[in-house]
Design a protein around this ligand. Structure first.
Ligand SMILES: Cc1cc2nc3c(=O)[nH]c(=O)nc-3n(C[C@H](O)[C@H](O)[C@H](O)COP(=O)(O)OP(=O)(O)OC[C@H]3O[C@@H](n4cnc5c(N)ncnc54)[C@H](O)[C@@H]3O)c2cc1C
Length: 417
């Protein structure tokens, strides 16, 4: 397989990082990327890069470009309704010991653009198209496209099409939502056209009762903007709130904005300005935090990559980068033997992704529902940061491999450039 013919579904971070490394392994590879949207999706709030993904962006030669585009967030400050700070968790500025704010905190759109720019000249990118269905054959996978109705055969079909991947559903003979593990967290992301942080580089996190969180993050735009997040953390038993949020998600942005206005009207702090900023924003986006827990990530010549195979909020971008690198590395190490390459990819990535997913209730633990719970959480956080125990905890967690776990990467023999 010196000139593999590969179809990637999805032009996000996973798809473009994989294409980059595949072209390093097989410079003459024939790569087609189909993107369902009519153009590149270059929006999204802040994502971060952790663990082995930091090494990979260095090997890609993308580190400097990424550094110039980071949000420059200096850490997170927890505040009370009157704006008084109760605790500050500062970024460490280090890759080996990262706090909640990573050394590489960057808006998703900027990162996606950096990666796609590295490959765009060397792949065939088709917009407004998607895979309708596929059929496994001995020598390849035959794909029928939804719009053109054309049928083409590829050596490999890579599903890098995100959380709701239809290809995952077809591969597992199930509905895509059956692998979705709901974490009880809904988030609305939007850019506010004024600087509610007044030039500060610390993000601010404010908890109100009922699991309602107002989270404001700095924006590097010198004209002064704020990245707003309204977060709802629901407990397992609170089916009613969860259903209201899910219904609004299904109905679309206008419905979700109205629900946020209703739910956050009385929370205090700077909520009125945030709600007005949300209403006037041009990039409103809302989603559910969900993990993808798939029993397998390949079948025949179809393979799941990134969120499609193992979405993990908070670590999904790093997993997508690591997955893209490992998949290309295994294809390089097993030329002409797609079966073994995909088995090895699954052996490495599936346990690693599972171990990164944890129980999925971390957000409930750090965001209490009651006023007393919030007061106790604030007092504990205040004590831990005042005594600098947070720094010690981060160092210990990193040394033990709990913070942004690392996967030991096989030594792939990439051909010289
Ligand atoms: C517009 C957008 C905004 C986001 N904002 C945030 C954010 O603010 N914070 C955060 O933590 N994460 C965000 N994410 C998710 C984050 O990008 C991923 O968790 C992570 O980067 C892993 O990326 P991925 O490439 O696996 O999946 P994704 O980034 O979801 O990319 C999947 C790509 O596949 C395309 N696609 C979907 N279905 C099909 C189909 N049937 N056929 C062809 N193409 C298809 C999508 O349009 C997208 O371009 C966002 C994703 C998107 C698409």
């Amino acid at each position: 397989m010196s000139n593999p013919n590969i179809l990637i579904s999805g032009s996000g971070i996973a798809g473009s990082v994989f294409a980059f490394w595949l072209l390093r392994a097989f410079p003459n590879a024939n790569i087609t990327i189909v993107e369902r949207d009519p153009s590149l999706r270059l929006t999204g709030a802040s994502v971060d890069i952790r663990s082995s993904a930091v090494d990979i962006i260095k090997w890609m030669g993308a580190e400097q470009e990424i550094r110039t585009q980071t949000t420059n967030e200096e850490g997170i400050q927890f505040v009370e309704a009157n704006g008084k700070a109760v605790a500050t968790l500062r970024a460490t500025g280090r890759s080996d010991i990262q706090s909640i704010t990573s050394e590489f905190e960057i808006f998703r759109g900027e990162l996606a653009k950096i990666f796609i720019d590295l490959i765009i000249e060397r792949v065939k990118l088709i917009f407004d198209e998607s895979v309708d269905h596929f059929e496994q054959r001995d020598d390849g996978v035959a794909v029928k496209f939804a719009k053109s109705k054309e049928v083409k055969t590829y050596d490999l079909l890579v599903a890098a099409d995100g959380l709701g991947s239809k290809i995952r559903g077809m591969m597992l003979n199930s509905q895509p939502h059956e692998q979705l593990h709901d974490e009880g967290v809904h988030v609305a992301y939007f850019t506010i056209k004024s600087d509610l942080l007044q030039g500060g580089r610390l993000a601010k996190w404010y908890n109100a009762t009922g699991g309602r969180v107002v989270f404001l993050r700095p924006d590097p735009d010198p004209a002064g903007r704020t990245r707003g997040n309204l977060i709802n953390v629901t407990t397992r038993g609170d089916i009613e709130t969860k259903e209201r949020l899910n219904k609004a998600l299904r109905e679309g942005n206008e419905s979700y904005v109205k629900l946020m206005e209703e739910m956050f009207r009385d929370v205090g702090w700077v909520a009125p300005e945030v709600l007005q900023g949300m209403r006037e924003s041009d990039d409103f986006y809302c989603s559910l935090f969900g993990q993808i827990r798939s029993p397998k990530i390949h079948d025949g010549r179809v393979v799941l990559l990134g969120d499609a195979g193992y979405a993990t909020p908070g670590f999904g971008t790093s997993l997508a980068i690591i997955g893209g690198y490992v998949l290309a590395g295994e294809l390089l190490s097993h030329p002409g033997d797609v079966k073994t390459a995909l088995e090895r990819y699954e052996e490495i990535m599936l346990p690693f992704a599972k171990s990164s997913q944890g129980g999925g209730n971390a957000m409930q633990l750090v965001n209490p529902q009651t006023l007393w719970g919030i007061r106790i959480r604030n007092a504990s956080l205040g004590f831990v940061t005042w005594t600098k125990l947070d720094r010690l905890a981060m160092a210990v967690a990193s040394a033990l491999g709990f913070a942004g776990k690392k996967v030991s990467m096989p030594d792939y023999q990439w051909p010289a450039k």
